[in-house]
Write a protein that binds this ligand. Structure first.
Ligand code: GLP
Length: 266
């Protein structure tokens, strides 16, 4: 595990964008796992900027999104299809035919989940999976109770997640979908590399539990401790409860929270 602590959200996003851009440069046919939520938006802006500066090209990459709500049409403003279009795909050149997002409107959702898994295999597996984290420790939509063997499937969302997401649905809980299709924990752990991002003081507790707590289904993100190639980029608020622990646990970390600019990725 490599933990990078950034000064603030902009710096976190810049570091994350540099890291992903470097992967694309090293492997133009990268299979990139994408996440939604507010956390990776800055990373996507960074990638768009690097694309505009002609520093990276998305022409040959393939993308797989973690999840999608059940029942929302791709043009629904809160669907993850729409989110990805608006925050990334409208601005870069990933070919449409190599963009994969679970279809939450598929007539046979079980079949959709199986074929999503098969498709990831067909593309040679995910090279790097970007992840945010929910306050209850969910990754993708793998809520507490998700098993380490879980694969892409239909899940019910936790009350905390529904409440947290109500802000995107005019604070009207009745409008928030209660189910989603998500890659499973095993799907995520099968990625060759994982990049977990978190910012804000409201994520400090769950980050502490995720990285140092027991590996447990109650905190699905804690399974990431088992991944051999995990990078975690945090702002100093999300890392607020870690600093002392990092040293005593012998975890490799780089603390850039006091510095302007710089960091391992320039
Ligand atoms: C949703 C997504 C997750 C994301 C989480 C946190 O539940 N399915 O992939 O990590 O929200 O969102 P935010 O980044 O807005 O805190």
């Amino acid at each position: 595990m490599n933990v990078i602590i950034a000064k603030n959200y902009d710096e976190l996003s810049r570091q994350a964008a540099q890291l992903v851009a470097q992967k694309i440069k090293n492997n133009p046919k990268l299979v990139l796992g994408l996440a939604t939520g507010s956390t990776p938006v800055g990373l996507y802006q960074g990638l768009i900027e690097l694309f505009k500066q002609k520093k990276i090209d998305f022409q040959k990459i393939t993308t797989f999104n973690l999840d999608e709500y059940v029942g929302l049409a791709p043009d629904h403003p809160q669907s993850y299809h729409f989110f990805m279009q608006k925050n990334l795909f409208d601005h870069v050149n990933v070919p449409k035919e190599r963009v994969f997002i679970p279809n939450g409107q598929a007539p046979d959702l079980e079949k959709e989940c199986i074929s999503y898994e098969q498709n990831i295999q067909k593309q040679g597996g995910i090279d790097i999976q970007i992840l945010g984290i929910g306050r209850d420790g969910h990754i993708g939509f793998n809520e507490p109770g998700s098993s380490i063997d879980s694969r892409t499937r239909v899940v019910s969302l936790d009350v905390m997640t529904v409440n947290d997401n109500a802000r995107f649905f005019q604070q009207d809980i009745s409008l928030v979908p209660k189910q989603a299709v998500t890659m499973g924990i095993a799907t995520i752990l099968a990625a060759k590399e994982c990049l977990l991002l978190a910012n804000g003081a409201h994520k400090a507790d769950i980050i502490l539990q995720t990285l140092y707590g027991p590996i447990t289904e109650s905190i699905p993100a804690s399974f990431l401790q088992k991944h051999e190639n995990l990078t975690v980029i945090l702002d100093k608020e999300a890392a607020g409860k870690l600093s002392e622990n990092l040293k005593s646990r012998g975890i490799r970390y780089e603390d850039y929270s006091q510095k302007t600019g710089g960091g391992p990725l320039g």
